[in-house]
Structure formats: C-alpha cells, structure tokens
Design a binder for this molecule. Structure first.
Ligand code: AMP
Ligand code: MG
Length: 596
C-alpha cells in the first residue's frame, strides 16, 4: 500500500502544464494567464467628474455656504461620452455628468446637492445662474487621468488566475482576446456490465451510470473539458474500443473495474497497452486505484495519455477524483495552488479507523462562536452517494489515529472552497516537543535566533500548566481581571501583552488567529498531544525511547542515535543536536512562507 502523498506525487509527475492558446476573454474565466499584460492607454483617459454637478474653479467657491451662496454663470453642459465645448473661465461653471471629461479651466466639481439647482427648478428660476452652497477644494470629485491604470505599466502578471475582475480589467484595456494555458480535455469512461445510461429503461439487475456524470461535472468545475466516452462493458474488446476513442484527450479517467472481482478487467487491459502502476492507496474509501500511461499510435504519431482508474463505488470515485484527478487537472492548467483548503474543526461524533488507512469522512461544517464544527452526514458506505450531497467537507483522519472521539480537533478539506484559499490558510507552525529537561527551550532559542538571522518574523508560543508571570496579584492588570474584565491588554511603547480569559485551554490551532497573521513562522514549545507538525528533542541520558510515536513526528533532534530504537521504515528525519542551521533549513523548506 502506498500513501496518499506518494500516489499524488506519482500522478503529478506524469502530467505537464499544457500549452497556451489565445482566445476570447469571456472564455478564459478560471484559466491561467500565459503572458504579461501591459497597458497602452491611461484609464481613465482624461480627468473626469466623479459626480453629477457643476464643474467650477475651486477659487470661485471661496467663502461659499448655504447662507451665502456664490453665484456662477452657467455656460454649458457636458454629458458622459462627449467632450466639453467650452472652457470654465473665472465666475462661470459648466453643468457636468458623472464620467464626463472635466472642461478646461475647471479643477473641481460641486455635486448637485451642494448647489441651489433643485430650489431653482421648483421655483422656475432661470438655470443660467447657479448658486454654490459650499466651498470646494481643488480636485473635489475629480477622477484624474491614469489614476486607475497608467499607460506603459504591467497590469496583469503571467501566472495570474483570471477571475471576473481580471476579465473586466482586460476589457477595460480594450483586449478582446488573451493568451491563457489551455484547458485539459479529460475523457471519461464508466465500466461495468451492470450499467445503464440515463434516459434508458432500467431493467432488473441494472443500475444507472452516475459516475460519468459526477466525474464530468467535477472536470468542468475544476476547469477541464469533459469528453464522455460512455459505458464500457466488462470485456477486453469493449474496453479496448472505448479506451481507443479517448486517446486524443489529455487524460483518461475510468471508473470501476479495478478491484479484485473476476470481471474487474480494466487493469488487465491497461497492462496490455501501457505502463501501469496498480496501487492500493492507504485511504478509505478508495483503496483500489489504477494509474498508468496508455501508449497508442494515433496515425503515425505516438501518444502517451495518463490514465487514472478510479474505483467504481460512487463515493470512492468522487473522493479519489478529488485527491488525485483534481490536482492533475489544475497542474495541467498551470495553476500553482493544488491543495484543497483545510480547516480545523471539532468533530461532533466518533469515528473509528479499523485498518490504519487515512479516512475521508463526509461531514457538514458549521461555524459557531468563531469555531468550526464538523458532524458526520450519516451512513458512510462508499455506495451512498447522497452522503456526498449532504457534505461540504471531508474530515481527514490520519492513518495513525485508531479513533477520534466527539470533541477532538480534526482537519477538514473544504469541498466547495477554492484552492487559492488553501495556500493562505496553511499555517507555518511547528511544535518542539520532548520529555522534560530534554532541551526544548534551548532548541527554541537557537531556532528563533537562526530565523531572525534569516530575516523571518517569528512568534513563539509556550505551553504552561501553571499561571503566568505577568499576571501578578496586585498589578493593575490583575485588578482589572479581578473586577471582571474578560481580557486585559497592556500596551507599552515597544511591547504589547494581552491576557484573555478562556473557558478551557485552547488547542494550538486556535492560537495563531489571536497572535495575528503577520508572522512567517510560529514556533511552539510543548503541546505534545496536538496534531500540528512536531519535532521531538531526544536526549540519550533520558532514555532511548521517544515521547511521541515516530509516525507522528516531522523530525527528531538527538544527541544520541535512534538506530536500535526505531525501525528504518518508521524513522522520521533525524538531526544532530546543535546542528541548528540544518534543522532551520528543514523547517524553512517545509513550512516557511517565502522569506523576502
Ligand atoms: P467495481 O469497482 O467495478 O467493482 O464497482 C464497484 C461498485 O460500484 C459496484 O457496486 C458497481 O455497481 C458500482 N459502480 C461502478 N460503476 C458505476 C457507475 N458508473 N455508476 C454507479 N455505480 C457504479
Ligand atoms: Mg465493475
């Protein structure tokens, strides 16, 4: 069995970013820009009015107020889309609409509400004169030429994912088409003698093919173009024929036919016509998964098409699609953010993990009082597709957890959140754990100093069973909390302290939002039972054993050796005590936001 990460790495190693194509901007939503876009024009092209009102010379309004209006002679009017034909000379004004170019001579616009226009109109006074009721500063209600976009500037960078606002900016530059990485074509084939296409009568013994549709919809959702091949029967000939039809696609996704049943022949067919990796992936649902490359000659050309063989059970096929096909599609589209965003949530039911696989449990996520909660959607059978319709997340239970209990903190992949959010929400947090007296604090100090040297902004969190030093009885801050304040903040010229009452000790994941998001790295001392990435400090004089189980650890720092203690295949990376630079490199590679 291989891990989810190994399987994903393999799948991604077989797909490449596709070539760019130029196409109409409206067809590019969600695609990755393949060229830098510069502006050849100023936007707005001219100084213009931000309000409906009167274009004036600011100096003419000096001293104006409701009780003593300044009267100006109205010499014309200008609407959006036309050019002013007159100049605003001292003592005059031009009536102007939002977006209309500012006339020569004018340097401010007074909105209708600050003039006597309405009262003039109602008393049918002449409009060749206007009373200005307030003083206008130079530039009031004027939008300056080029204030949005200046000609010659880089406006959209290559690699940008085009959202509606970027499509709008392209249009504002006058571009009707642009260069983007093309969308992958994904051929989809359902297999199984039991399947009937929707729209056909359902005869006894048959079921409707739902996978084709769920998978095609997923392909579209992530930006690919689904090509539906239909239903392949459980015979070598039928499958060969159908697979042949999908070989001009960028990827082939099949469902069914990869488990151990007698009729599960997708893997046999694949073994004949390509390289095949057939794996059991350490996950549930979705253990059987085939992956390979189909080689076929199309005319005189030889083509290699990556193939992902998903299990047939509808839930398994969707969840394996999410974990493996989705990132492959995103990579082909040139996207950088491939991971589904995850949140930490308190699980509201028990989940047992009987055979040490990574469990993806369907959950409904709610947010109450600043905390996420996840509750199971009901029966979790891999054939129960309605469990997916209720779900907005997948709770990920690690291989090493035999069970999670209601109230435990779990990681949840948010099914309907965009991948770009995932990058932002990933916390650069590492806990330093170890037995007491192992040197955790010393390692913390060394790492903090090392990261400071590297220009990173570091926050440190300390776990304390007892109270805290700054909370001294008798201090003003202490008096305030005694009086009942739920939080006390002490602000000094160069430091800030914040003490807040909590109903229970917070999970470490709940602390970073309080610290703030400005830090490149959050180093935590203690919290050995949390599920944040942990590095254990091991001291040989305190015994050979580790405090945490090796699978839970990101790395071990030791002054001894772990050779006799931990089997090779279970051993995390081991660093020498004192080799701070190497340990920092390791953390930087895995966790640190790019340090500028
Ligand atoms: P298989 O992986 O082919 O052994 O299929 C496992 C289970 O998923 C069987 O109960 C199939 O009937 C069901 N199944 C396979 N393909 C589909 C499909 N396209 N739509 C709905 N159910 C399917
Ligand atoms: Mg089958």
């Amino acid at each position: 069995m291989i891990s989810v990460e190994e399987a994903l790495e393999k799948v991604l190693s077989y797909v490449e970013v596709l070539e760019p194509e130029r196409k109409p901007i409206l067809d590019c939503l969600g695609q990755v820009l393949a060229e830098d876009v510069y502006s050849s024009i100023d936007i707005p092209p001219l100084d213009n009015s931000a309000m409906d009102g009167y274009a004036v010379r600011a100096e003419d309004t000096r001293g104006a107020s409701e009780s003593s209006p300044r009267y100006l002679v109205v010499v014309g009017e200008v609407a959006a889309g036309s050019m002013p034909s007159k100049e605003v000379k001292p003592g005059t004004a031009i009536r102007i609409m939002t977006g209309a170019p500012l006339p020569e001579g004018a340097d401010a616009v007074v909105q209708f509400e600050d003039t006597d226009e309405v009262s003039r109109k109602s008393s049918s006074e002449e409009l060749s004169r206007i009373g200005i009721l307030c003083r206008a500063k130079k530039g009031l209600n004027v939008r300056c030429r080029g204030e949005d976009i200046a000609a010659g500037n880089l406006i959209l960078e290559k690699g940008t994912v085009l959202r509606p606002q970027e499509i709008g900016v392209l249009a504002s530059l006058g571009h009707s088409a642009t260069l983007v990485i093309r969308r992958p074509i994904v051929a989809i084939l359902a297999t199984g003698d039991e399947l009937v296409g929707v729209g056909q009568p359902l005869v006894p013994g048959k079921i409707y093919d739902s996978n084709t549709y769920a998978i095609a919809a997923e392909v579209s959702r992530y930006g690919g173009i689904p090509r539906i091949l239909g239903i392949g029967r459980d015979s070598i000939q039928s499958l060969n024929e159908k697979i042949g039809e999908g070989l001009d696609a960028d990827m082939l996704v099949t469902s069914g036919g990869v488990s151990k049943g007698d009729y599960d022949i997708v893997k046999d067919v694949l073994a004949e016509c390509g390289e095949i990796g057939f794996w059991t992936v350490c996950m549930k649902p979705g253990k059987p998964l085939a992956f390979g490359v189909i080689k076929k000659s199309v005319g005189r050309k030889k083509r290699k098409v990556p193939h992902l063989g998903l299990p047939g059970n509808p839930v398994s096929s969707m969840i394996t699609f999410e974990q493996f096909a989705r990132p492959a599609i995103l990579k082909m589209m040139g996207k950088k953010a491939l991971a589904k965003p995850t949140i930490r949530a308190i699980i509201e039911g028990d989940i047992t993990n009987t055979d040490g696989r990574r469990v993806f449990a369907r959950v409904m996520v709610t947010r109450r009082g600043g905390q996420y909660y996840a509750s199971l959607t009901g029966p979790q059978g891999s054939g129960i597709l309605t469990s997916m319709t209720k779900a907005d997340g997948l709770a990920v239970i690690p291989e090493i957890s035999k069970e999670v209990k209601a109230g435990d903190m779990v990681e949840v992949q948010m099914l309907d959140w965009g991948e770009e959010q995932g990058e932002a929400s990933k916390l650069p947090i590492v806990a330093i754990v170890g037995k007491s007296e192992s040197g955790k604090t010393v390692l913390m100090e060394q790492l903090i100093a090392e990261f400071k040297k590297r220009g990173a902004k570091v926050a440190a969190v300390k776990h304390s069973h007892a109270g805290m030093e700054i909370d001294h009885p008798g201090k003003d801050s202490w008096k305030f909390s005694q009086a009942g304040s739920d939080a006390v903040c002490i602000s000094a010229p160069d430091r800030l302290a914040f003490i807040k009452n909590v109903a229970r000790e917070l999970n470490i994941e709940e602390i970073p939002p309080i610290i703030g998001s400005e830090f490149d790295l959050i180093l935590v001392e203690g919290f050995k039972r949390s599920i944040v990435p942990k590095i254990e400090v091991h001291r040989k004089e305190l015994g050979d054993d580790l405090l945490c189980s090796p699978e839970e650890l990101l790395a071990v720092v030791t002054d001894g050796s772990l050779d006799t203690l931990v089997a090779d295949n279970r051993r995390p990376p081991v660093f020498r005590w004192g080799d701070t630079a190497t340990i920092a490199d390791f953390i930087e590679r895995n966790f640190l936001r790019a340090v500028s």
